[in-house]
Design a protein around this ligand. Structure first.
Ligand code: ADP
Ligand code: MG
Length: 277
């Protein structure tokens, strides 16, 4: 029986048969990363005369890190983001109307625990979708299930489900994820049925499932978006009951390079709407 030279360290004298047995155990326990790294870690531990507890911590730590990364990437794929951009890629200096501290507080995901909604308003290109995606990624990293959809896609799916007698099932699909992100409210007006379906979803998630919503229209214009002032008021009433609103005022990030090159003028410099942009 091989014995450690130092009783507090892992042994360098493992036999090939033992390695094979250990590999078998690790596979059985589905500790894939451990199985892959076992030999190298054992050798390193022996060379460094690593105490047993440190060795165990290292092996299990690597397994947990690998499992967490796999889980995050699986849930990121399930979230159906249009692009994957972490919050660290957001340039706050470009958009001073955004309170960075407020966004960082949201990134801690307490709003999800409290069941609060986040509503991001602003003109096209100012980073609404980017912020929605970035906060969604933070939520996934914090262990939540997230689903991203555009408002148009959501209504089309619910309308189809209604026609096929599967509305309840689809509403469940949108209420199950802990965080639902609905992007681009207001780009296309809803028809009456669409507004009704949207209302049903909001009612189901009300005070249970937090949402992030983005819109290029101010709340005052939502009556036109939903084609019905009464429904819009009922929707806003529920959404805003527990909500944080980020109002972005500024230039489109898409125009950043053009602005830099002086090809267009910034919003503040424009004498009147409908100018050169
Ligand atoms: P919106 O949804 O408001 O129309 P997007 O979030 O789609 O705008 O932003 C347009 C593009 O510009 C995206 O590629 C986005 O990643 C990028 N973008 C917008 N604002 C920023 C920012 N402040 N920092 C970095 N990239 C940004
Ligand atoms: Mg967008």
């Amino acid at each position: 029986m091989a014995k450690a030279a130092n009783p507090t360290t892992a042994s360098a004298m493992t036999t090939p048969a033992q390695i094979e047995r250990l590999g078998g155990y690790l596979h059985k326990l589905r500790l894939q990363k451990c199985a892959e790294r076992l030999e190298a870690l054992l050798q390193q531990a022996a060379a460094d005369e690593l105490p047993y507890a440190d060795f165990l911590e290292q092996v299990l730590g690597e397994e947990v890190a690998a499992k967490t990364a796999k889980n995050v990437s699986m849930r990121t794929a399930m979230a159906r983001f249009p692009f994957v951009k972490p919050l660290e890629t957001f340039d706050f200096a470009y958009q001073p109307s955004i309170d960075k501290r407020q966004v960082m507080t949201l990134a801690s995901c307490h709003f999800i625990e409290h069941g609060d909604n986040v509503i991001v308003l602003g003109p096209p290109g100012v980073g609404k979708t980017h912020l929605g995606v970035s906060l969604g990624i933070k939520a996934i990293e914090a262990g939540y299930r997230v689903l991203f959809t555009s408002a148009a896609q959501l209504i089309a799916t619910l309308t189809k489900a209604l026609a096929e007698g599967r509305l309840d099932e689809k509403l469940k699909f949108y209420t199950t994820p802990r965080l639902l992100i609905i992007d681009e409210i207001g780009y296309l007006p809803f028809d009456r049925q669409g507004a009704n379906l949207f209302f049903q979803l909001i009612s189901r998630r009300y005070e249970r499932g937090p949402m992030i919503l983005t819109s290029n229209q101010s709340f005052g214009a939502w009556g036109e978006v939903f084609g019905d002032r009464v429904i819009a008021t009922a929707i806003l009433d529920r959404l805003l009951h527990h909500a944080v609103t980020l109002n972005i005022r500024g230039n489109s990030y898409r125009l950043k390079e053009k602005l830099k090159a002086g090809l267009v003028r910034s919003i503040d410099e424009q004498p009147q709407p409908g100018g050169e942009i």
